[in-house]
Design a protein around this ligand. Structure first.
Ligand code: FAD
Length: 377
């Protein structure tokens, strides 16, 4: 049986960040991730600038990836009417294939324990966690960080409320190649279609990441994603032009079902949830990755304070983490939900489109509501 101070379950951006932050402060960590690295993940791959200083502090050399800087946004309605705006803070276009791998290599370099297996159980008894994995390993710890993403076997095990309901969202992603002049490096575009929206942006691999989110209701009458793409997405003239001039570089698209944007509990059976396990912002806001990384920073800082004897009890750290999480992310998630409602309602979307094009200052203001400030270290 292994023993450690902190077990991190899930090695996506949130889990890798927490493990790196805790290691930097000499806390004993074991990270358990079920998949190998590198691999592609369903994500829009636009990383907000707000988090880059912090990643630099963690010694993640993002510049080594040569990711394109993105500082303009284009939004189009179903019929193809567009609005353009500059992004105040901006970001970079970086594939999850490279970003997660870069962070994983950094953690591995530090000689820390990374176990590739599925966690099947987490128990909390006598102020101690016991984590069981599918290969029969048992690890005990004082803290567990839940970084297992949008939907995991552990959500069921923990009887989390959101997992009881069917969620009506489906997400599909693939990389495409097109002539360099056809899609600019510095642009992230968001195109509406009936039943969802599709984001496009360049990555460091020189490919264009195309990722869309659709309601299951709008998808269910079509045979497959090709059929849906041809008959629904390509009704938007911008998407039609793009797909007619681009070639997919993946063998097949990646997809995930049951994407849930409902409220989740930040603490469950004393596990501190970080990243998407704590809450997922609507992807159109383009800062779920930054929030995942930021929430991992907040949880890690609180664990460090605990070991520096700044908290008397486990209750104190849980209360503080929950209140800091809500302070930093709750209103952004609410703003994202509101925006999503408008975009997916055709008449509201048309109305807001004409309003936004008449008052150009409104769109940057809305973007500001869903984004955080620069995360300092
Ligand atoms: C369609 C879509 C588009 C998006 N576009 C953007 C965007 O453009 N910009 C942006 O900033 N954000 C975007 N996001 C949000 C972003 O992808 C997430 O917020 C981010 O991936 C969260 O990282 P995470 O570490 O919490 O979860 P993940 O990256 O999902 O990592 C969770 C990890 O846990 C592992 N795991 C799960 N269960 C177990 C278990 N039991 N044992 C061991 N390991 C386990 C999984 O294998 C996985 O690697 C988008 C999301 C969606 C759905």
């Amino acid at each position: 049986m292994k023993k450690t101070q902190v077990i991190v379950i899930g090695g996506g951006l949130a889990g890798l960040t927490a493990a790196l932050h805790l290691c930097k402060n000499d806390i004993d960590v074991i990270l358990v991730e079920k998949e190998g690295y590198p691999h592609h993940k369903v994500c829009g791959e636009y990383l907000s600038q707000e988090i880059l200083t912090y990643l630099d502090w963690l010694k993640i050399d993002i510049s080594s990836l040569n990711a394109p800087q993105i500082n303009r946004m284009r939004y189009s309605s179903v019929s193809g009417k567009t609005i353009n705006c500059d992004l105040e803070m901006g970001g970079i276009g970086v594939s999850r294939y490279s970003l997660d791998h870069l962070m994983y290599k950094k953690l591995k370099e530090s000689g820390r324990h990374i176990i590739k297996t599925l966690v099947t159980r987490v128990d909390f008894k006598n102020d101690q966690f016991t984590v069981t994995t599918s290969n029969g390993e048992i690890i005990t710890s004082e803290f567990v960080l839940g970084a297992f993403g949008k939907r995991s076997n552990l959500d069921k095990k923990l009887h989390r409320k959101f997992i009881q309901d069917q969620s009506g969202w489906l997400a599909v992603k693939a990389h495409y190649q097109t002539k360099p002049e056809f899609y600019p490096d510095d642009l992230v575009s968001l195109h509406n279609f009936n039943g969802g929206y599709c984001g496009l942006s360049k990555t460091e691999l020189k490919t264009i990441n195309v990722c869309y989110l659709a309601t299951y209701e709008s998808f269910k009458n079509y045979k497959n994603t090709d059929d849906y793409k041809a008959k629904v997405l390509m009704k938007n003239p911008h998407l039609k032009e793009f797909f007619n001039n681009a070639e997919m570089t993946f063998d097949k698209e990646l997809s995930i079902a049951q994407v849930c944007f409902d409220k989740k509990s930040i603490i469950e059976n004393h596990i501190l949830m970080i990243g998407d396990s704590a809450g997922l912002i609507h992807p159109l806001c383009g800062n779920g990755m930054a929030m995942a990384i930021h929430s991992a920073k907040i949880a890690s800082e609180n664990i460090i304070l605990f070991y520096e004897h700044k908290y008397k009890t486990r209750r104190d750290i849980e209360r503080t983490y929950k209140s800091e999480w809500n302070y930093n992310f709750s209103s952004r998630i609410k703003a994202g939900r509101f925006l999503q409602k408008i975009l997916l309602n055709t008449s509201l979307s048309n109305l807001s489109h004409s309003f936004l094009s008449k008052v150009p200052g409104i769109l940057p203001m809305i973007i500001r509501k869903t984004h955080g400030k620069q995360v300092h270290v």
